[in-house]
Ligand binder design. Structure first.
Ligand code: KG4
Ligand code: ZN
Length: 327
């Protein structure tokens, strides 16, 4: 059979992402991944939804052209389209969703409405074939979700954060330590020069029987240590170790409880070196997304589309939908 080229679009927040993957003989390859990160929001200290939608409208043609160029393809080579239908900012989502549906309709090819977290999980399909059953930990600035995937296309939420997302905690601790934004990379860098034993942190939700996460206690402890004179480097090293430990320990307990041997770890925080090193010592088969696929992008949505198509779960442009997932 001819290789199938799938174009994926993500406009759920403040990144305009278009990626292209190729599905041939049951194997997927990322051919292109273009992301336009909107800088306009920095001056407001947070994402302005209306501005995000407008930037997506203004940029999406150019980003798609860039992705086709990177893949060496023309638009008529695209055999399927996937776009994020939620969750996210509704105006922003609609830009990519309607663009993708229009494209699929015009090309008369199948369409897949992807859940944003399904995209984050399938970002790891760039590195290894992802077949259920497996566990998936999605750790980003907005999410800390642990899913069991007992069968292809079925996601059972087994744990989530009760307060801050993991990346949000990295960002807040970095800010109070004066390490700048985004906090994750800044903490990771400063931690290489600090002592992870300098500041004692209590393990969050110690003794729980479930698989939830909590970062507000670590954040408060970091604030108190900062006031008591802990250096930014020691704070970074100690906080990072505590955050990594709670993520890894909870995930390992969930893997034992569900009997899963494979774990996907994805989202912005999955780029963290200490987290990757800690997971490597667990004895589990741990799969991380390839380079450039941890943070929001279109290729991960194309990879989710490829998985849906392989499982016979794609639809047409007119019935794959905006209402498929509540934002
Ligand atoms: O997935 P993402 O790009 O955006 C969403 O939130 O959807 O994740 C961004 C988050 C930020 O909080 C950032 O600080 C964190 O991922 N991050 C990291 C690292 N790189 C990015 N956290 C820890 N270590 C890193 N190396
Ligand atoms: Zn995301």
């Amino acid at each position: 059979p001819r290789p199938l080229r799938i174009l994926g679009i993500d406009t759920s927040c403040d990144d305009t992402g278009v990626g292209i993957v190729e599905l041939a003989d049951g194997r997927v390859t990322v051919l292109a991944n273009r992301v336009w990160s909107q800088a306009v929001h920095a001056q407001y200290g947070g994402v302005m939804p209306e501005l995000a939608s407008r930037e997506h409208v203004e940029r999406i043609d150019q980003i798609m052209e860039g992705a086709l160029h990177e893949a060496g393809l023309s638009v008529t080579d695209i055999g399927a389209v996937a776009a994020t239908s939620g969750p996210g900012l509704v105006g922003a989502l609609l830009v990519g969703l309607m663009y993708g549906k229009g494209l699929a309709q015009a090309l008369n090819v199948p369409f897949h409405a992807a859940h944003h977290l399904e995209g984050h999980i399938f970002a790891a399909a760039s590195e290894a074939e992802l077949r259920a059953p497996f566990l998936a930990l999605v750790v980003s600035g907005g999410h800390t979700h642990l899913f069991d995937v007992p069968r292809d296309g079925e996601y059972v939420l087994v744990g989530a954060t009760r307060d801050d997302a993991a990346g949000e905690a990295f960002d807040k601790v970095a800010r109070l330590a004066g390490l700048g934004y985004p906090g994750g990379p800044a903490i990771s860098e400063a931690a290489t020069r600090g002592d992870p034993n300098a500041v004692p942190f209590k393990e969050p939700l110690k003794g729980q029987s479930g698989f939830d996460f909590s970062f507000s206690g670590l954040k408060t402890a970091a604030l108190l240590a900062h006031r008591a004179g802990a250096t930014a480097e020691n704070l970074a090293a100690s906080f990072q170790r505590a955050a990594v430990q709670t993520l890894v320990n909870t995930t390992v307990r969930a893997a034992t409880a569900t009997g899963r041997g494979t774990v996907v770890v994805s989202g912005g925080v999955a780029a963290n070196r200490a987290l990757r090193d800690a997971f490597a010592t667990t004895g589990l088969h741990v799969v991380f997304p390839g380079r450039g696929l941890n943070t929001d992008n279109g290729a991960m949505i194309a990879l989710a589309g490829a998985a849906a198509i392989q499982a016979g779960r794609s639809a047409s442009a007119l019935d794959g939908g905006a209402t498929a997932y509540a934002p």
